[in-house]
Design a protein around this ligand. Structure first.
Ligand code: ZN
Length: 335
């Protein structure tokens, strides 16, 4: 491969990519449901948005919600949104050039008029721009920006001069991805990739905690093998993680006290993907509820990842991770 890990002439490729600017990325999209009060209420509840203007109008940031096809996506054919051949070709061109990975980088919305219950939403998308070749920490590739045009009318249909959707333009949703060739690891790949890696000396260390003035007391406790929780001196509410003020009453007066070390698994996830170099998947990450009532995220030791269960009693212990790092973790009691 040539410089930048891409084995194509950059100018020639960029010229071919630029030719897709302005072409259709998707067409004929239609919202599954008209803009409606129940969806607005659920959104506001999830966001904690109590603005009294809703649900008479929809929050502007719901723009994309009205275009979504649900977990199964939009069905093909009439009424569904079809990704265009041009967009597929553009992505295939990038794949062929070695830019096989993709990451969404940002989105930008513009609101032209509020959506109201009863509005029928239609949408289409255009390939707005393809950036020159960029090298990022992830790798070398191209930013592709598509712009979704969201329209609304009380009947949908109609259609504009380009045959796209119908109704009045109410907002735009720009969505940017980076299609890239992943940066090579600095070191040569290990010859036997299927074997589970040993915890070798050269493997990345677990992330370090960020210790600051607000939580230094907690880490001083860990160094003494004490799990310290804060308690508000005004309303006696315990809190964790360490914070300068009380979430219940706002008081900044507090004391620290030592947790008994008893707890139960309140919830957990098993991490399979994405892999982090310092950890060997699969592993369980638990939210432990301490006897004192606060919860903390922790490793569960002593129990295989697939035997961790909600409600499992756990007991505090201190895990020596490496010469610098010691962590409070919880040992599970096997049933
Ligand atoms: Zn308080």
């Amino acid at each position: 491969m040539t410089r930048d890990d891409l084995d194509v002439d950059p100018d020639e490729l960029y010229g071919r990519l630029k030719a897709y600017e302005g072409r259709t990325a998707a067409s004929g999209g239609a919202g599954r449901d008209p803009v409606n009060e129940p969806m607005i209420r659920h959104w506001c509840e999830a966001m904690g948005d109590t603005n009294p203007a809703y649900p008479a109008v929809a929050p502007p940031t719901m723009l994309q919600a009205w275009t979504m096809g649900g977990l199964a996506g939009h069905p093909g054919g009439p009424g569904g949104s079809a990704r265009s051949e041009a967009y597929d070709e553009l992505l295939a061109l990038l794949d062929d050039a070695g830019c096989t990975s993709v990451v969404a980088t940002d989105c930008e919305q513009e609101y032209l008029r509020p959506l109201r219950p009863g509005d029928l939403v239609t949408f289409d998308a255009v390939i707005e721009s393809v950036s020159p070749r960029k090298t990022t920490k992830l790798g070398t590739g191209y930013f592709v920006t598509t712009r979704m045009n969201v329209r609304a009318g009380d009947r949908g249909g109609g259609g504009d001069r380009d045959g796209n959707g119908g109704g009045e333009l109410v907002g735009t949703h720009r969505f940017r991805i980076l299609k890239y060739a992943p940066a090579r690891p600095k070191k040569a790949a290990k010859p036997e990739p299927t074997r589970k890696p040993e915890p070798a000396a050269d493997r990345p260390r677990r992330p370090r905690p960020v210790i600051n003035r607000d939580n230094a007391g907690f880490w001083e406790g860990v160094a003494r093998h004490q799990l310290l929780i804060q308690r508000c001196l005004d309303c006696a509410t315990p809190r964790f993680p360490w914070l300068p003020g009380c979430g219940a009453c706002g008081s900044q007066r507090w004391e620290a006290f030592e947790a008994s070390g008893a707890g139960t698994v309140f919830s957990y996830v098993v991490m399979h993907h994405p892999p982090f170099p310092a950890f060997d998947p699969p592993y369980a990450v638990a939210l432990v509820e301490l006897a004192e009532g606060v919860r903390m995220v922790s490793d569960i030791t002593g129990v295989p990842y697939d035997k961790v269960r909600i409600g499992m009693p756990v007991e505090l212990e201190f895990l020596r991770v490496d010469e610098e790092l010691e962590l409070p973790v919880f040992r599970g009691a096997q049933a």
